[in-house]
Design a protein around this ligand. Structure first.
Ligand code: CP
Length: 322
């Protein structure tokens, strides 16, 4: 693996999942693989799980991680190729990135979308410039449109639960349901989860959302899409709860309808569905406390699996660097 910015960088999803679950059993299995290698974790936006799990994963492989909160501690970066830099930006990515490429063996970046200019966000200009100008492998810690480490974690968690509690039916019914939120939230997690579940191909995948919340079809193609949440939840084995802002009416909050919040009553028709969320979650807005605090919720297991997803990806990239 040369980089990790989307599911397209993975040749066999199930092999990567198996590798992650092997690391979960034996975290120090390859404790010397990354000795002498340095990994940079650049954050242009906040994080709890991604930052800590990726550091732990790197350390389990013997790497030295360095975290840099670029947004708070670095120079303001310019990404416009033709910029006349007489404004607020101080350093061009063309000057900064090659230096990062000298300091590190692998570079990880978190860069959220602006949610104002759709074509700019969906071009993934920022992460692509890091790839172009660092010259080293780049891992997305969530970019403008995708969150691949989260999605790999999500597949690992579904697979782990299905191995522990096999279903009568061959394929699980996996439902991605839109949830209300007070703010404009990126489409990344929903896009990425859709892309990964579709590429994995081992689930009956249903997406449900109110009118106006259709995602980019390039990620959802292959899923069943319905605006009837109750119909979607019937017989569900896994329910992934997530808010996203509108894709077509870009970045807008079109609804805060709290009837879309998942409750135990809504889950009654599911197949004792396991409930997932990438976290952080706004309790009793996106997801009711009664569900989050119930035995159905697997959000902590899901977040803990972030370590093994990151470790599997780092391991693949380190092997490619040999
Ligand atoms: N799920 C996730 O990416 O969490 P953080 O934003 O805390 O890293």
């Amino acid at each position: 693996m040369k980089q990790f910015i989307s599911v397209k960088d993975v040749s066999l999803i199930n092999e990567l999942v198996a590798k992650a679950l092997a690391y979960k059993k034996q975290p120090l299995l390859h404790k010397n693989l990354g000795v002498g290698k340095r990994i940079g974790l650049l954050f242009l936006n906040p994080s709890l799980r991604t930052r800590l799990s990726t550091q732990i994963a790197a350390q389990n492989l013997g790497m030295e991680p360095i975290v840099f909160n670029v947004d708070k501690e670095g120079w303001a970066l310019e990404f416009n190729e033709q910029a006349i830099m007489n404004g607020t930006t101080v350093e061009h990515i063309k000057d900064a990135a090659p230096i990062l490429g000298q300091y590190f063996d692998i570079l990880c970046i978190r860069t959220f979308p602006g949610l104002v200019n759709q074509s700019e966000d969906y071009s993934e200009n920022i992460i692509h410039q890091f790839i172009k100008y660092t010259g080293i492998p780049v891992i997305s810690l969530e970019s403008a449109t995708l969150h691949p480490l989260q999605s790999l974690t999500d597949i690992i968690t579904i697979q782990e639960i299905m191995t522990a509690q096999p279903l009568v039916t061959k394929k699980p019914k996996v439902v991605l349901t839109w949830a209300p939120h007070i703010k404009s939230i990126p489409q990344c997690v929903a896009n990425s989860f859709s892309e990964w579940v579709n590429a994995w191909g081992e689930a009956d995948f249903v997406i449900t959302h109110p009118a106006g919340y259709e995602l980019d079809e390039k990620f959802t193609k292959g899923a069943t899409i319905t605006q009837d949440q109750n119909e979607a939840l019937a017989g569900a084995d896994f329910v992934y709860v997530k808010n996203w802002s509108a894709y077509h009416d870009y970045g807008k909050v079109l609804s805060t309808d709290d009837s879309w919040m998942l409750t135990n009553k809504k889950l009654a028709t599911s197949n004792h569905a396991k409930v997932m969320h990438c976290l952080p979650v706004r309790r009793n807005v996106e997801l009711s406390s009664e569900v989050l605090d119930s035995a159905n919720s697997i959000v902590t297991q899901q977040a803990s699996n972030r370590v093994w997803a990151a470790q599997a990806v780092l391991s693949e990239i380190l092997n490619a660097l040999k």
